[in-house]
Design a protein around this ligand. Structure first.
Ligand SMILES: CC(C)(COP(=O)(O)OP(=O)(O)OC[C@H]1O[C@@H](n2cnc3c(N)ncnc32)[C@H](O)[C@@H]1OP(=O)(O)O)[C@@H](O)C(=O)NCCC(=O)NCCS
Length: 157
């Protein structure tokens, strides 16, 4: 867990792992600002939460909660992939980074990406990678990432 102070608005913001009660704090609504994300039933949320929890540190979702509103205002995830190459090396994959539209430009995105990157480093990964749109390239460069290769995708639905 990491604490930070937002000096401009004097509120305490905390980076921590996702908790099951975050569904009632706007977590799904926040993801809807990123991409297609239908509403999720409590049962489906709990099932997926338990499934991910069973992966322990190999898959974490972090969030920042605004202590004044009680809302989740930033999130991101990292998945640790285990490989045979590079002496059975590991690679971190950062996914689903989003900051609430009312809280952008306050360095929260950078803090989320920093938290996930540190996690991948602590897990022994030799690199951490992510896909992003051209519009967000500058943001990830500010987070210390470099443009490498190209992304390929095949969607099944
Ligand atoms: C992209 C996003 C996560 C950035 O979050 P944020 O909290 O507003 O960004 P930060 O305040 O941490 O910005 C960190 C730095 O990157 C810069 N930055 C932010 N977005 C940028 C962009 N799109 N292009 C270039 N630079 C950008 C900021 O100016 C800041 O620079 P500074 O350190 O010199 O002050 C946020 O805009 C967002 O949620 N967008 C919608 C969802 C999305 O596209 N997610 C990314 C999926 S790959």
């Amino acid at each position: 867990m990491q604490s930070l102070n937002s000096s401009s608005e004097e509120r305490r913001l905390e980076v921590r792992k996702l908790e099951i009660s975050d569904k009632n704090k706007g977590f799904i609504e926040l993801l809807q600002q990123l991409t297609v994300c239908d509403s999720v039933s409590d049962k489906d949320f709990e099932d997926r939460f338990q499934e991910l929890s069973a992966l322990g540190n190999d898959h974490i979702i972090c969030v920042i909660e605004d202590d004044r509103s009680g809302k989740i205002i930033a999130t991101g995830s990292v998945f640790i992939e285990k490989k045979f190459i590079r002496n059975c090396g590991k690679v971190g994959h950062i996914e689903d980074v989003v900051v609430d539209s009312s809280a952008r430009g306050m360095q929260l995105g950078k803090i989320i990406v920093g938290f996930l990157t540190n996690h991948a480093r602590e897990m022994g990964c030799y690199k951490v990678i992510l896909d992003c749109s051209v519009e967000n390239q500058g943001f990830y460069e500010k987070c210390g990432f470099k443009h490498k290769a190209i992304q390929m995708a095949k969607y099944f639905n």
